[in-house]
Design a protein around this ligand. Structure first.
Ligand code: BG6
Length: 518
């Protein structure tokens, strides 16, 4: 296998003094650097409003990297690598919507292209709040930075939130595509950079034994759980405007659905893989907004204990209005109307303040036609063969099936056959999603980035739900009532309404075993 190392380039990070840059981007770049995966001509230019010199920026980032290292690893901070990395970092202060700042930026970029061997390849990263996406990209165009010289490239990475509904996503796409070509735009969803998410495709299409049974003839239903144990903490200001549907479902959860359900691509390349994901999203049955409650459950966490620590209810969190109707939990029954999945519900759920942090996909197979073997579970008619793709933590793939318990009587118990990353590939660090994605963007590989049509289709289905909720609220308002979301105590698996959604189909959630992490 060829080692994938990045070509030389200058990466301009907008929002360089923000949380994302410090917690994710720079640590990822530093780790790539330490693995020798960046070119010697790699240079970072941080850009933000705060006045700072290059050295002050380097100090800030150095501190952030040390903190990150302490939080994530037991190994000591690599001072030698840092001493070599720091001189590659530069900083340019400026506004996000004034031409003069961008003219200064263009001058600085030209200087750095001269002083460092960037080969005039430019990667712009929008790690800013979304309200400046449009002005920043317009100004890039105005000062000539959206162009590139012969033989060089210019790319743009856009962070979420990518719009807040279908219309705003379309508007943003139209705007970006006036400045850049679609091939230059890399819409990031960090879930796609997770090793185990990529492994969904290897598991399905790199093996001959699973794909023949991965369809409506054998699969009864699919469950996808993306649970988080933390509450919203200090991110209330952002979260309250998004809620679980925009923060997690439109992007991460829909991507997991697409990868689990997609047809084999004609080749493993950006266009073929994304074509098949788009086909799945197109096949997701749009719901009638008036029937939203038949398909979607939303709720908010109340006070409770997670891993033994008390956390305040969502409405008691600082920065959240006590009347907020933002959902912190969402469960959705999706139907995929295509030949492979017709009649196989995909139940997805995500929430904050759940008992543990875990993401897993459970493919629940049909039962055998006759159930001969008696056991407590089979009597309840609940046992199934299950393939569990555990995305995080304890990355693994588990096959659950029935086995005879040793002894004179015929007692059956569900057992697991499991493949665990840490055991199989012991000692290999599972790298952070951002590392993989930043490297891919530098290499011009957009397979793991979201194409325009993908994001718009996901927004289309999500917007049906948002419309349904808006209608409900309007009806209540006219009756002089206010909406109150179902509550679940922090540290529990969500509201009863979510269990009812499955019980209606004689199904029940398969809750991951608690492992004390999170
Ligand atoms: C982000 C959301 O996209 O994903 C956060 O904005 C969420 O609210 C996070 O906590 C979860 O990511 P991960 O990688 O920790 O599962």
């Amino acid at each position: 296998m060829l080692r994938r190392t990045a070509p030389p380039n200058l990466m301009v990070v907008f929002g360089a003094s923000g949380d994302l840059a410090k917690r994710k981007l720079l640590p990822a770049l530093f780790h790539l650097f330490r693995q020798d995966l960046l070119h010697e001509g790699f240079t970072v230019l941080g850009y933000a409003r705060t006045e700072m010199s290059d050295d002050e920026f380097r100090n800030q980032i150095g501190e952030a990297l040390r903190e990150h290292q302490e939080a994530e690893h037991t190994t000591a901070f690599d001072n030698v690598a840092w001493e070599n990395f720091a001189p590659r970092l530069f900083y340019q202060p400026g506004g996000y919507d004034d031409l003069a700042s961008f003219q200064n930026l263009a001058t600085r970029v030209a200087e750095l292209d001269q002083e460092t061997p960037t080969q005039q390849n430019h990667l712009f990263y929008l790690a800013t709040p979304p309200n400046v996406f449009e002005p920043v990209t317009s100004l890039l165009k105005e000062v000539g930075l959206s162009n590139h010289s012969n033989g060089a490239w210019t790319r743009l990475i856009v962070e979420k939130p990518f719009g807040h509904d279908l219309e705003s996503a379309q508007t943003l796409n139209e705007h970006l595509l006036k400045v850049f070509r679609e091939e230059q735009v890399y819409r990031i969803d960090h879930y796609l950079g997770k090793e185990t998410v990529q492994n969904i495709l290897v598991f399905r299409f790199g093996n001959g034994i699973f794909e023949p049974i991965w369809n409506r003839n054998y699969v009864d239903h699919v469950q996808i759980t993306v649970a988080e144990s933390l509450g919203v903490g200090s991110r209330g200001g952002y979260y309250d405007k998004s809620g679980a549907i925009r923060d997690m479902v439109q992007n991460h959860v829909m991507q997991l659905v697409a990868l689990t359900a997609m047809e084999p691509p004609v080749a493993y390349d950006a266009e073929s893989v994304r074509n098949q994901k788009v086909n799945v999203l197109r096949s997701v049955r749009p719901i009638d907004p008036l029937e939203v409650n038949n398909w979607v459950v939303r709720a908010q966490y109340g006070r409770g204990k997670v891993h033994g620590s008390e956390i305040p209810g969502y409405l008691q969190t600082e920065g959240i209005a006590p009347t907020s109707t933002t959902e912190t939990y969402l469960a959705w029954k999706l139907e995929i109307d295509n030949w492979r999945w017709n009649g196989v519900p995909f139940y997805v759920r995500t929430g904050k303040a759940l008992p543990t942090k875990v993401t897993e996909i459970n493919v629940m197979f049909r039962r055998p036609p006759l159930m001969y073997f008696d056991s407590r579970e089979t009597r309840r008619q609940q046992v199934r063969n299950v393939v569990t793709l555990r995305i995080q933590p304890d990355e693994s793939i588990i096959l659950s099936f029935d086995a005879k318990r040793p002894g004179p009587q015929l007692d059956v118990e569900q057992v697991n056959m499991d493949f665990t990353y840490s055991r199989a590939f012991g000692g290999t660090d599972i790298s952070d999603a951002y590392e993989r994605l930043l490297l891919d963007a530098m290499l011009g590989d957009s397979t793991l980035f979201i194409r325009r049509d993908e994001t718009e289709l996901a927004w289309d289905r999500v917007t049906n739900v948002l419309e349904g909720w808006a209608i409900q609220e309007e009806i209540l308002r006219r009756r002089g009532k206010v909406l109150q979301l179902p509550q679940y105590a922090a540290g529990t698996w969500g509201p009863l309404e979510s269990d009812d959604l499955l019980a209606h189909d004689s199904h029940y959630w398969r809750n991951p075993e608690l492992n004390g992490k999170g």
